[in-house]
Design a protein around this ligand. Structure first.
Ligand SMILES: NC(=O)c1ccc[n+]([C@@H]2O[C@H](COP(=O)([O-])OP(=O)(O)OC[C@H]3O[C@@H](n4cnc5c(N)ncnc54)[C@H](O)[C@@H]3O)[C@@H](O)[C@H]2O)c1
Length: 339
């Protein structure tokens, strides 16, 4: 029996709390340490979730020989430096989405992880939601997709909207829908086009509503809509349609339910899930379990550096498209040159 993966949190906020609450359901993971710029946050995690120490010194966990892996759930501007240093220090990394705010930063992280031979997993959890996985299995070859994330208004003062820190929600959260569409399409994206506006928040130059389209290498086309003007209670925050030929699915209720057609059953819901899936409808435990499995058993990660980079790339290129008025091409693979 192998040793458990000893994991430290970097960033002890809302997202890390969800991972820590899932940790007891991931048997081969041991919580080792907690780091945050705010000592009270790290201390609170130590008290609630256990571990050896809490610290404000991120370098301490990055270079601690008793730490095998880190979960990086900090503000977006810090992702690249922490992930690159963790990889160079030989730690496996579960990096929260977005992988980074720019495409070049994503390449830097991917290259550092590749050179170090560590497992890098990006927190793009939608693929791990049980209803999403079932719909993908039922409609494995769609012809057209739509994906939407429409949130209640994010407070103007939120770090996620600050240009140099969170970068806005189009890249910061839209990457979830981008990755979901890549997963459902089953091919690499090749081109995007988008228009958008600064309609909700006062921040100058911030695109906060976006309507985009994606073309995939296998001919699938998708639309992606993102914003926070207020949630539509009928569709819910997450809403997606998968059109096959004469069959398909409409996912709603934060992807806890789907309406089906042409598939021999008319709906999917929590009643169709087993006990483990029912306890994890958001896919958080499944994602954490997958990361730990991949790190311990040296398996490729389903949401690795390539998927994280593509999700950021799609959203960054959509912003470039709306600025230029032109479609933008997507580089899926050709720049990978490490080894
Ligand atoms: N996958 C998901 O569904 C999901 C959901 C929510 C948030 N997120 C992502 O998780 C990450 C964190 O978001 P959150 O909502 O938990 O934010 P948060 O503000 O609640 O937590 C972030 C924590 O990081 C700490 N921090 C910031 N900069 C730091 C630094 N330089 N060194 C050490 N600690 C630092 C903050 O003090 C804070 O405690 C973001 O990448 C966000 O996009 C993912």
């Amino acid at each position: 029996m192998s040793q458990p993966l000893r994991v430290a949190c970097i960033g002890c906020g809302l997202r890390a709390e969800i991972y820590m609450a899932s940790a007891p359901h991931v048997p081969m993971m041991r919580v080792q340490a907690h780091a945050d710029v705010r000592l009270d946050s790290a201390d609170r995690f130590l008290e609630r979730f256990g571990g050896e120490y809490a610290t404000t010194d991120v370098q301490r966990v990055l270079h601690d020989p008793n730490v095998d892996a880190v979960i990086i759930s900090t503000w977006h501007d810090t992702h690249t430096a922490f992930a690159v240093e963790a990889a160079r220090s030989g730690k496996h990394v579960l990096l929260e989405k977005p992988m980074a705010l720019t495409i070049d930063e994503c390449w830097r992280i991917e290259e550092a992880a590749g050179r170090a031979g560590i497992t890098l997993c990006v927190g793009l959890k939608m693929r791990f939601m049980p209803i999403v996985r079932k719909v993908h299995a039922l409609v494995p070859a769609p012809v057209l997709l739509t994906g939407q994330m429409m949130n209640d208004r994010v407070p103007d003062a939120s770090w996620s909207l600050q240009p140099g820190i969170g970068g806005g929600t189009v890249v910061g959260a839209g990457c979830h829908t981008a990755d979901l569409l890549c997963y459902l399409a089953g091919a690499a994206p090749v081109e995007v086009y988008a228009c958008g506006s600064n309609a909700v928040h006062k921040t100058d130059g911030l695109t906060d509503t976006l309507a985009g389209s994606i073309k995939f290498a296998n001919g699938v086309v998708a639309s992606l809509v993102h914003g926070d003007p207020g949630r539509n209670p009928y569709a819910s925050t997450f809403f997606c349609q998968v059109f096959g030929l004469n069959s398909g699915a409409c996912l709603y209720d934060r992807y806890r339910r789907a309406t089906l057609w042409g598939l021999g059953q008319s709906a999917l819901g929590v009643v169709d899930l087993d006990e483990t899936e029912r306890a994890d409808v958001e896919g958080d435990t499944a994602l954490l379990q997958h990361f730990v499995d991949c790190a311990l058993n040296r398996r490729p990660c389903e949401v690795g550096a390539r998927e994280g980079r593509l999700a950021t790339t799609l959203m960054v290129k959509m912003l470039e498209s709306l600025r230029s008025g032109q479609p933008q091409q997507i580089e899926a693979d050709w720049r990978s040159h490490y080894g």
